[in-house]
Design a protein around this ligand. Sequence first.
Ligand SMILES: Cc1ncc(COP(=O)(O)O)c(C=O)c1O
Length: 462
Amino acid sequence: MHIPGHKGGLGAPSPLRDFLGKNAFRLDLTEIAPLDHLLTPKGIIKEALDLASEAFGADRTFFVINGTTGCILAMILASTGDGDEILISRASHRSAIGGLVLSGASPRYIESRFSWEFGFALPCTANQIKEKLDSFKGAKALFLTSPNYYGVTIDVSTIVSLCHERGVPVLVDEAHGAHFIFHEAFPPSSLEARADLIAQSAHKTLSSLTQSSLLHFNGGLVDLNRVQSALQIIQTTSPSYLLSASLDASRWQMVNFGKEEFSRAIELANFARKELNQIEGISCITQEQISQMGDFLLDPLKLTINFKNLGVSGREVERWLREEGVEVELSDPWNVLCMISIGDSPKSVERLIKAMKRALRKKWRKPEVVSEIHSMKIPGIPEQALTPREAFQAPHRLVPLKKAIGKISSEIVAPYPPGIPVLCPGEKIEKEIVHYLEKIIKLGLVVHGLEGEEEKWIRVVA
Ligand SMILES: Cc1ncc(COP(=O)(O)O)c(C=O)c1O
């Protein structure tokens, strides 16, 4: 006589039950005695977590059922407090800014180098981080992202050494790198570098269900109790057993079949990269090209297909591919990003290559729009007038984007994808940023954080 109300599916809406099948409901349970509790695990969930920490090589691993977003909120909340300085890469996912609002920490942003060659922001480097560590000696933590969305990683182990020498914990957003530990052809994982806290979207590159992520902890600089408390704050008290079970099953799959499954996926991705590179005018980014930009490694499963030389935008190609029946992971003005996983097959890869050839043959370009996109200058980090938390808590009002120049943003404003903020709460809205956003909107990209019809309004500190 307990929740959930569907009682093992008996009371579930029949169309949903017919579609999902009975077992999905039988697994959708609540925390009755033998089933343990995700937030205070002592029994079978504790066992599953111990197996996960052994498989991934962390001191402790937590299942997080509200995504890497939840992991990132918990990492920042656990390691910084009101007014603490945190070094943070500007190319961070918007959830990191959410973490700053929750913890009250004051960000010291590390500028992201934008690659005009590739059309995306590169991860910040060990040299940039060293400079910041020297400038902000009291920093309480470093937050960085590796790999970036496009699969480009930095040398996290050097960064961890630099930070640990100074007693600064390293928090890594490894949302796109949960698979790294399971094959030697992948770039090294932050787990091997013994970063202090590592967030991974198992649902992105492994095969657990959407929303299920992993938070890994390595002892030394961060208090484990604070991590557990933070996870209790940001997670539901009714965690989904479906999601938790999918994380456990994914760990089992990786331990038993990860190496061979990923060998197959890497072979498929390498084949696709080679074939795509033979299509005239397009370029599928390689490790050799990435190495020319610095000490970066590329996840072989990420296919960043660049259309700069064709004078066509990635957004346009995404639409053409959709018409050909292929959905991609993301597009931006320069690229289309596809990711290969253990769920791919020679057939799915062939379909992509054929669709690409057909799309590029059939359609043609709009050079005037494209040249406008490619010549756009991405604005630099604006002046920070308030901390993200101060700005979030202050009274707000909506103003038209055009009238926002000189005001303080109370929102994260991020063109999506890839979701890197051009404005964070507390930052001054400069003319250059307004012009950039207007252009982005005109070109049809989604901008998170703007409001109203055609996203022409912005929320500012009143
Ligand atoms: C770099 C990065 N970090 C964090 C996240 C958030 O992950 P999740 O969707 O698992 O909450 C994303 C999502 O796309 C991401 O790209």
